[in-house]
Design a protein around this ligand. Structure first.
Ligand code: PEP
Ligand code: MN
Length: 355
């Protein structure tokens, strides 16, 4: 199944990278919304975000002020001319947001993970022409993300985009939600015209990670950024650690380097040829390595030995990790590569031993 995608074509917004959506995690009070919005508009931000309904992981957290905040969003639009965007999670949210004239809707990560909820939202959107942005599901499942895009698209929503906000992980030390860049890259490969907007705020979960993550998204050619900004971040009612002052956002955006994604030039094509050639050599080496490993399996079979000998495995991981570091590579990367090679090698040996 393919997506039928039209450009977002947002009124009054230039088609240039990055498309910036900024505003507080949550609409808290009319004063906080207006204060933040005025500062952002002053700095040239054209799309204002604020969560009206907040999905909280645990009950008792601030769940958003709800419909009461919608007139504040209308006031933002009337007084600053910015477009407004908010998260919807139920058909009732969709109806209320559309009635209030919210310009862009987005589906949050927890909602994208639930096909029932996404379908209910899709049904509520039938016959409506509003841009809808779909955050990746909390879990790193590209099919679930694609499925949500397809459901919303099938309801007739052509102005559709994806928001990459990172994925839950059990052991992330640095990021709140590790980016796992290969997943949005794969999404782009499947749907080259789908706009992808990076949300470095929820990815990093920390102010100091916003700039480097935003730059990475731009370097990958993604179309936009959604960044949380608040007039008084330390006192924010949700996601305080990751929100920045509007002036800090302005500073971050100012320093981004935006590269043109032009077609490959002659010199890049030459370099790519070299890469292809090196990849051929890598394949050849891997094939030879597997062949030797299968010979070892024949020996193990005759001598009734187990397939995995942990001391040997640890030795390989340690030796190659240290060697990789000397060659300017991350030891973790080398470890991952060797784990993958070892696991394929074990698979092939088990096949032989059981023959
Ligand atoms: C948000 O945008 O404030 C939010 C709740 O994000 P996510 O759905 O990515 O967790
Ligand atoms: Mn948030």
């Amino acid at each position: 199944m393919d997506l039928e995608i039209s450009p977002l074509a947002l009124q009054g917004i230039e088609q240039k990278r990055p498309l910036v959506i900024a505003g507080p995690c949550s609409a808290e009070t009319e004063e906080q919304v207006m204060d933040t919005a005025r500062q952002l508009a002053h700095d040239g931000v054209k799309i204002f975000r604020a969560g009206v309904w907040k999905p909280r992981t645990k009950p008792g957290g601030f769940e958003g002020v709800g419909v009461e905040a919608l007139p504040w969003m209308q006031r933002v639009k009337a007084e600053t001319g910015m477009l407004t965007a908010t998260e919807v999670a139920t058909p009732e949210h969709v109806e209320a947001a559309l009635k209030a004239g919210i310009d862009i809707l987005w589906i949050g990560a927890r909602t994208t993970a639930n096909p029932f909820s996404v379908q209910a939202i899709a049904d509520a959107l039938k016959g409506v022409d509003v841009p809808v942005l779909i955050k990746n599901p909390v879990n790193p499942d590209i099919e679930l993300w694609t499925g949500a895009l397809l459901r919303i698209n099938s309801a007739g929503i052509k102005r559709i985009g994806a928001i990459h906000r990172g994925f839950s992980s059990v052991d992330s030390k640095l990021y709140r939600n590790p980016p796992m860049w290969h997943l949005p890259i794969e999404l782009k490969r499947r749907f080259p015209t789908l706009p992808i907007i990076c949300d470095p705020s929820h990815m990093g979960g920390r102010r100091d990670l916003i700039a480097p993550l935003a730059q990475q998204a731009m370097d990958l050619g993604f179309e936009g950024l959604m960044i949380e900004a608040h007039c008084n971040p330390d006192c924010a009612w949700s996601d305080a650690n990751q929100q920045v002052l509007p002036e800090v956002l302005d500073f971050i955006l100012d320093r981004l380097v935006i590269r043109d994604s032009v077609e490959a030039t002659e010199s890049i094509s030459q370099l790519r040829k070299q890469i292809d050639e090196l990849d051929n050599q890598l394949m050849d080496l891997l094939t030879r390595r597997m062949r030797v490993s299968r010979e070892i399996a024949e020996y193990k079979k005759i001598h009734n030995m187990t397939v995995v000998q942990t001391t040997r495995y640890s030795e390989i991981l340690d030796k190659r990790g240290a060697q990789g570091a000397l060659c300017g590579m991350n030891p973790e990367f080398i470890r991952t590569v060797y784990e993958a090679i070892h696991s394929e090698s074990v698979r092939q040996q088990i096949e032989i031993i059981n023959k």
